[in-house]
Design a protein around this ligand. Structure first.
Ligand SMILES: [Zn+2]
Ligand SMILES: [Zn+2]
Ligand SMILES: [Zn+2]
Ligand SMILES: [Zn+2]
Ligand SMILES: [Zn+2]
Length: 252
């Protein structure tokens, strides 16, 4: 989700450390800065930003009032604060700074609906929104985890659509954690010069094109040595090539 930014604040006028008297937007409300003071680094903390303590009071309240039950205090490390003028736009319906919570929620829902529509047509790749033809290599998940009650999800198996498929699989695996992955390995891979490779996850490795933690070239077992540490898409696993999951067609 994008970070919320009040309409009444200019991006160029943002401050990393506001000054006493500034009005800042925070959590949909305007706050007056009452106090700013340095805060020492905590044990083990390392940051480029100088931490500080911030004492805030709702902006509509009298600055000199003594009751402080609505004030908030917090330690800040690395922020960009929206600075408001003395007159700032608020929503007449709810009193929040605009865009208010309700507007943000509506926009967010609209965006995710738009995303979900990409997953509603069987046989259309959600990454490029093109039809997947029988001649193209593709990968299909029977379970649609984006569009509720939607059809099976098919992505092209090609560079252009790789990240879409990768992200879909990550999302899918959160609902089906026991199923093996096709696009993510996470192991350390060694590429050989004879069209084979080895992976630290051995037989569990989903394949040469899956994301790995590390790629390297074998040290001195192959002549000629492989030129790249990333194996080609047809390289075979030395340990034991596995059947790929999920169902995929490759009649190209
Ligand atoms: Zn005004
Ligand atoms: Zn509102
Ligand atoms: Zn595609
Ligand atoms: Zn080798
Ligand atoms: Zn692997």
């Amino acid at each position: 989700m994008r970070t919320w930014w009040p309409d009444g604040a200019k991006h160029g006028a943002a401050k990393a450390r506001p000054e006493v008297g500034d009005i800042i937007g925070h959590d949909f409300k305007p706050w007056r800065v009452m106090e700013v003071r340095d805060s020492p680094l905590r044990e083990g903390e390392s940051t480029w930003h100088k931490p500080y303590m911030l004492h805030l009071r709702p902006a509509h309240l009298d600055t000199w009032r003594t009751a402080m039950d609505e004030d908030i205090h917090g330690r800040v490390v690395g922020m960009r604060w929206p600075i408001l003028g003395e007159h700032y736009p608020v929503c007449v319906k709810c009193g929040d700074l605009t865009p208010c919570r309700e507007i943000v929620a509506t926009e967010t829902a609209a965006r995710s609906a738009e995303n979900a529509t990409r997953f509603e047509t069987a046989g259309v790749c959600p990454a490029c929104e093109e039809v997947v033809t029988h001649r193209q290599q593709s990968v299909t998940w029977q379970e649609n985890v984006v569009a509720i009650l939607g059809p099976a999800v098919t992505f092209h198996l090609r560079n252009k659509c790789f990240w879409g498929a990768y992200e879909y699989e990550q999302k899918w695996s959160r609902e089906y954690p026991d199923r093996p992955l096709r696009f993510h390995c996470g192991g350390d891979l060694v590429n050989h010069g004879d069209g084979t490779y080895e992976c630290s996850r051995e037989g569990d490795c989903p394949g040469p094109t899956a994301r790995h933690r590390l790629w390297s070239i074998c040290s001195d077992c192959c002549v000629p040595r492989p030129r790249h540490c990333e194996p080609g898409p047809n390289a075979t696993n030395r340990i034991q090539p596995q059947l790929l999951h999920p169902q995929e067609s490759s009649d190209a």
